[in-house]
Design a protein around this ligand. Structure first.
Ligand SMILES: O=C(O)C[C@@H](Cc1ccccc1)[C@H](O)SCc1ccccc1
Ligand code: NI
Length: 180
């Protein structure tokens, strides 16, 4: 089971790498890592388990955050309509997005960042995502709202981008210019 000591913190180079595509069909090892990442999210949202193992709650987790520079992330959270979104995505790709942007009004956090960082993080309001799933399917799904934000936050982790890189007025530590 993944606990916080497995989660890489800002400053570690793996968080600034562009993660590599996962060979398809995914190996049992890749699938096991993605399942473990997904299990972290469900554990972190279970109060008893989170307290027992001192887990920070997470809605998403990307493989580079546990030191694995591969293009996969897990999502487990409910949206504004209290609908559960629970996925393991392999080689995800945002194939289209709205011009309209959105942001969480209280800004964003990150399991790899042990400090609060103020500021709005501009995100596409709606996205269309292509990915392989843990169940071996290939999906193309449209997302909007909070889930779309979480997915973009995790996609950024696969491209070595931290959420504060996107905060216009942020000039604190570790900020990097966005890749062109
Ligand atoms: O570090 C991560 O990737 C998990 C992040 C995902 C996240 C997505 C969108 C906005 C902020 C963070 C968080 O740990 S999930 C927990 C959370 C949820 C809502 C707001 C802030 C943090
Ligand atoms: Ni993060």
């Amino acid at each position: 089971m993944i606990t916080m000591d497995r989660i890489v913190r800002e400053g570690h180079p793996v968080l600034r790498e562009v993660a590599k595509e996962v060979a398809l069909p995914p190996s049992n090892e890749d699938l096991a890592v993605l399942k473990e990442m997904h299990e972290y999210l469900t554990n972190s949202q279970d109060q008893a388990i989170a307290e027992k193992y001192d887990l920070r709650p997470g809605s998403g987790l990307a493989a580079p955050q546990i030191g694995v520079a591969k293009r996969m992330f897990a999502i487990h959270t409910t949206d504004e309509k209290d609908q559960l979104h629970s996925y393991g995505f392999i080689n995800p790709k945002i194939v289209s997005h709205s011009v309209e942007e959105t942001s969480l009004e209280n800004g964003e956090g990150c399991l790899s960042v042990d400090r609060p960082v103020e500021g709005l993080v501009p995100r596409h309001a709606r996205i269309t995502l292509d990915a392989h799933t843990l169940d071996g399917e290939h999906i193309r799904m449209r997302f909007r709202g909070y889930i779309a934000i979480v997915i973009q936050h995790e996609m950024d982790h696969l491209n070595g981008i931290m959420f504060y890189d996107r905060i216009e007025e942020y000039d604190g530590p570790h900020k990097r210019p966005l890749p062109i």
